[in-house]
Design a protein around this ligand. Structure first.
Ligand code: NAD
Length: 311
């Protein structure tokens, strides 16, 4: 007997919504993907075919009976639902308005999970009539490829809900990671610690972007795709960690603001893939080609990592 609710609703069909919906449908749920925008729904319908193709390519098992329907009618999207996953833009007031609209339409026992990247669950829940049913469920992008979800209860979250959501996540074969509430949550804190040091090394001209990418990808990412950082320390030896961290930690970047060269790039309209240039420059067709290479790489890596023991 699966813990996955028969009907689930995803609110917001932008970057994250379609992949979340497809993952739940693949595991057998009837999923309703809702958005306020007709254009967003139309884009999601075409994105859905691509997402499903990716799930096929990674060999994700299909539980019969799952489906996704798309729409802009909130009452229809919420009828009979057992799990609501909110994935609207990262704005506190907007999310609180969405929770109010939802609470006016569903029973007190329906779980409301938010995919916020970092707004405190406790703050979001303050405006709710049943704050105990709000919980953080942070999917990593692309959500249909990264099989790990951070689960973050706020101060008011009903603790039984944590266990329930853990079982739901396991029911679609993802790994749940339960955390205490902290700004940025765990995944982004670690990523941003790495990025801070990387940007400082670039700003100081210590290494080129190409060199940095090769060093981090092979020297760190390759190992960390097989072992986590704590197991890595056991491999290296805690005494070695002490020897190095005792002199190196004080050398590491501790700046609290975004580096100036990044601010300059943004001011010059260099935003990355979306503007055709950022850390690297892209010619005609390069961005599409890079996006395809990245997805192909992620599919291959996920297949390999799924086939080896979890060490
Ligand atoms: N993009 C990422 O990499 C990523 C990763 C993890 C978590 N998140 C989080 O997930 C959430 C969604 O992010 P995204 O990147 O998918 O955003 P997005 O801007 O791509 O999409 C948001 C969608 O929500 C819709 N929307 C706006 N108001 C709405 C409302 N009242 N009701 C229903 N739909 C509404 C918009 O039309 C849009 O289609 C954010 O909280 C974000 O921080 C994003």
């Amino acid at each position: 007997m699966t813990s996955l609710p028969t009907i689930a609703t995803v609110i917001g069909s932008g970057t994250m919504g379609p992949g979340i919906a497809a993952t739940l449908a693949r595991a057998g749920a009837t999923v309703r993907l809702y958005d306020i925008s007709d254009e967003a729904i139309a884009r999601a319908e075409s994105a859905y075919g691509i997402v499903t193709g990716v799930l096929e390519a990674v060999g994700s098992p299909t539980v019969p009976g799952g489906s996704v329907s798309f729409g802009t009618d909130l009452d229809e999207a919420l009828a009979g639902t057992g799990l609501i996953i909110e994935a609207v833009p990262e704005k506190l007031e907007l999310k609180q308005k969405v929770f109010a609209d939802i609470e006016a339409r569903v029973g007190d026992d329906v779980i409301i999970a938010t995919n916020t990247s970092g707004i405190p669950i406790t703050t979001m829940a303050e405006s709710m009539s049943h704050p105990g049913r709000l919980i953080g469920m942070h999917w990593s992008n692309p959500p249909h490829l990264i099989p790990m979800i951070e689960i973050i209860p706020g101060q008011a979250t009903d603790l039984a809900l944590v266990d329930k959501l853990v079982e739901i996540v396991k029911a679609f074969n993802y790994t749940p990671v339960v955390e205490k509430e902290i700004p940025g949550f765990v995944e982004n804190r670690v990523l941003y610690a790495i990025l801070r040091e990387c940007m400082a090394l670039l700003e100081e001209g210590i290494v080129t972007p190409e060199g940095l990418d090769a060093c981090v990808k092979w020297g760190i990412g390759y190992k960390l795709s097989v072992v986590g950082p704590t197991r890595l320390l056991d491999m290296a030896g805690l005494d070695i960690y002490q020897a190095v961290s005792s002199y190196l930690n004080k050398e590491l970047d501790v700046s609290t603001d975004t580096p100036q060269f990044i601010k300059d790039k943004i001011a010059a309209g260099q935003l990355g893939f979306k503007s055709g240039g950022g850390m690297y420059e892209y010619g005609e067709g390069d961005v599409d080609a890079k996006r395809k290479e990245i997805i192909t790489g992620l599919i291959a890596a996920r297949k390999t990592l799924s086939s080896i023991p979890n060490v």
